[in-house]
Design a protein around this ligand. Structure first.
Ligand SMILES: CC(C)(COP(=O)(O)OP(=O)(O)OC[C@H]1O[C@@H](n2cnc3c(N)ncnc32)[C@H](O)[C@@H]1OP(=O)(O)O)[C@@H](O)C(=O)NCCC(=O)NCCS
Length: 201
């Protein structure tokens, strides 16, 4: 099944050397995201916190067990965790808890409750998980997000497995619906904006 209607898919998997530029791109992408805006309400401090959070997420969570698909100029990334790896291993939690706590600051309790609620609803069947996909604001709307996500969808197609993610806005959900994802039912946590879990068969 074709996953990219706009031509050939370009994108390669990131290495540790790409963490800094990719963290910058994805942090900028999520600066106006409804969920991160709710978690980190201080707009002045949000960019730095997002940068630290995504650098940790890339380096400690995604690259050790999954793939960060990236554009050649590192302006966007699709983070992919393979089947059986969607939950952060206890060892990683124990090793990196202080750094995540420092990155999130006062948002930590809310973030932990949000993650717990997300995990409770998470698809249990074997699947590829996309925790984050982001394109730096100046590159958005030109097809890059579709292409990067397409790399994960190709893998899922080859493996004959579903892909799962949580959309954080209706506009994002519309993009995922175009790529074959179906809604599983929105939920909110502690009065947060809605999250839309979606599964692509
Ligand atoms: C969502 C995102 C990864 C899509 O990548 P992209 O390269 O901009 O997307 P494409 O050009 O392939 O497709 C465009 C579609 O993406 C969706 N989209 C969501 N947010 C968007 C944004 N800020 N700018 C452009 N498109 C956006 C829309 O459905 C859009 O279609 P539309 O213009 O008809 O509304 C990117 O826009 C982004 O990083 N947004 C901010 C962070 C975010 O919301 N990430 C996803 C969290 S679930």
């Amino acid at each position: 099944m074709p996953v990219d209607g706009r031509g050939s898919v370009r994108g390669s998997s990131a290495s540790r050397a790409d963490v800094a530029p990719l963290a910058r791109a994805v942090a900028a992408a999520f600066e106006d995201d409804p969920i991160f805006g709710w978690l980190l309400p201080n707009k002045r401090r949000r960019p730095d916190k997002l940068l630290r959070f995504f650098a940790l997420e890339l380096e400690s969570v995604v690259l050790p067990s999954g793939t960060a698909w990236m554009s050649p100029e590192a302006s966007g990334t699709c983070l992919e965790l393979p089947p059986g790896n969607w939950r952060m291993p206890l060892r990683t939690q124990a090793l990196h808890a202080p750094q995540f706590a420092a990155a999130l600051g006062r948002a930590l309790p809310r973030a932990l409750i949000t993650i717990t609620q997300m995990e409770r609803r998470h698809l249990r069947d074997p699947h590829f998980y996309v925790p984050y996909v982001g394109v730096a604001p100046e590159g958005q709307g030109a097809g890059l997000g579709t292409k990067l996500l397409g790399k994960t969808l190709e893998r899922a197609n080859t493996a004959g497995l579903p892909t799962y993610l949580e959309a954080t806005s209706e506009r994002n959900a519309a993009l995922y619906e175009r790529l074959g994802f179906k809604h599983l039912g929105p939920f909110t946590v502690l009065g947060s904006p809605p999250l839309w879990p979606m599964r692509r068969p």
